[in-house]
Design a protein around this ligand. Structure first.
Ligand code: GLV
Ligand code: MN
Ligand code: MN
Length: 406
């Protein structure tokens, strides 16, 4: 079972014919097709599969929680952002299965269980909270609150899971499963171009910037676009626009990142002043204190602009991940393995969030990055060359052989 074969099988699932981007949202038909592919692939490799209480998929070589000790797990996610690229997430899962296939062909006998995990709703594209599956598993989100999260059509997570045949009542911390995992190594496409600049196919992650999402609800008064005098308006679009510009300025001043990538104007008529504008702020910074200053500044600018225009404002935090420093000893061990295999891997920081960053609070985790010559991610333009994907599989194979070896 080669990387290329597995990659080709998964490639058409959930791809939009117009944009070429992926729309693999959790608990939808494309997600079910990805899950079926996962189960088929695992079965083809002789691995036992399981869907945990939180909807995350697992494939096992060996029995987790048994006498042979804590497992070595690799994996990533299969869901995408709207019109995402092919690699963000799936590269890690396909590489995991390809690495296991290679170990099997080589006659490798693991001394401890080896697992492949596919975490659900990593992007938070449907229910708003990134890394939802790993947050639920580690107890970092209240399961009752999570079950009530709603998608853009008002469908709750609980209802979505139920219609996919899962019991949402079981969602929540999974201490037994966590205790069965000794280390998690996630391979991921680099979401930038540092490796390309360094001329390296594979890198090792150092840590993840603190980041989070906030929702801003500006509420004004709907009225006629052709008859309402400008001074009489309470238009929520105006303070929203001022907030977008303030966010850009604050991010620039603080050496941070702030993005409004999703905005909904209600009711959405071209010839009416909006009654409400709902917008999502994604903010990231090198330190938590800088992130707090950034969000405070943006919030203050939003409040001032809303007051100026007679508009109401509510700001709520939807998710937050503190600074992640991946386990230094695991990272050094991986760097040593790759150097010994003739594939020295530079150490890189990242501003992108990952399940490995959530799991890092509970178990030793590490990440491998694969070169992305486009430097682009969360877009159909995301790309990795086949030769670099193969280098990623070779790196992951060497790492698994070391971590699961005698
Ligand atoms: C996930 O890709 C994120 O960083 O939002
Ligand atoms: Mn992503
Ligand atoms: Mn990802």
């Amino acid at each position: 079972m080669s990387f290329a074969e597995l990659w080709e099988q998964l490639l058409p699932v959930g791809r939009d014919a117009q944009t070429g981007g992926y729309r693999r949202y959790s608990w939808t038909e494309p997600d079910e097709q990805c899950r079926a592919w996962f189960a088929r692939t695992a079965a083809g490799l002789g691995l036992a599969t399981d869907c945990d209480r939180n909807g995350n998929l697992w494939a096992w070589w060996g029995r987790p929680g048994g006498e042979s000790g804590p497992a070595v797990v690799t994996g990533s996610h299969l869901d995408s952002v709207p019109d995402g690229g092919a690699y963000d997430g799936p590269l890690g899962i396909v590489s995991a299965f390809a690495a296991i296939a290679r170990l099997r062909e080589d006659g490798f006998r693991p001394a401890r269980p080896v697992g492949v995990a596919a975490f659900t709703e990593e992007e938070g594209a449907r229910f708003g909270v990134a890394c939802l599956g790993s947050r639920l598993m580690t107890g970092m989100i209240d399961p009752a609150a999570a079950r009530e999260l709603r998608d853009g059509d008002g469908v709750t997570l609980a209802a979505a899971m139920r219609s996919a045949g899962r019991d949402p009542v079981l969602t929540g911390p999974d201490e037994e499963l966590l205790a069965a995992v000794g280390a998690y190594v996630e391979l991921h496409i680099e979401q930038g171009s540092l490796l390309d600049g360094l001329g390296a196919a594979v890198g090792v992650a150092e840590g993840i910037w603190p980041h989070g999402r906030w929702r801003l609800d500006f509420t004004g008064r709907a009225d006629h676009a052709g008859t309402t005098r400008l001074p009489d308006r309470r238009d929520p679009m105006l303070p929203f626009a001022a907030t977008v510009l303030a966010a850009r300025d604050a991010a620039e001043q603080l050496g941070a990142l702030a993005t409004f990538g999703k905005v909904v104007a209600e009711p959405g008529a071209a010839n009416a002043i909006s009654s409400a504008v709902r917008a999502w702020l994604d903010a990231r910074a090198p330190q938590v204190s800088v992130l707090e200053s950034l969000v405070d500044e943006i919030g203050a600018a939003a409040a001032a602009a809303a007051a100026e225009h007679g508009v109401g404002l509510l700001i709520g935090r939807e998710s937050f991940t503190p600074l992640v420093s991946f386990d230094p000893s695991l990272r050094e061990r991986i760097s040593g393995v790759l150097a010994a295999a003739g594939q020295p891997a530079p150490v890189l920081p990242t501003g992108a969030g990952h399940d490995a960053g959530v799991l890092a609070a509970r178990i030793p985790t590490a990440m491998l990055f694969v070169r992305n010559p486009s430097g682009v991610s969360h877009s159909p333009a995301e790309h990795a060359e086949p030769v670099d994907c193969e280098a990623g599989v070779a790196a992951l194979t060497a790492v698994l052989a070391d971590l699961a070896g005698p």
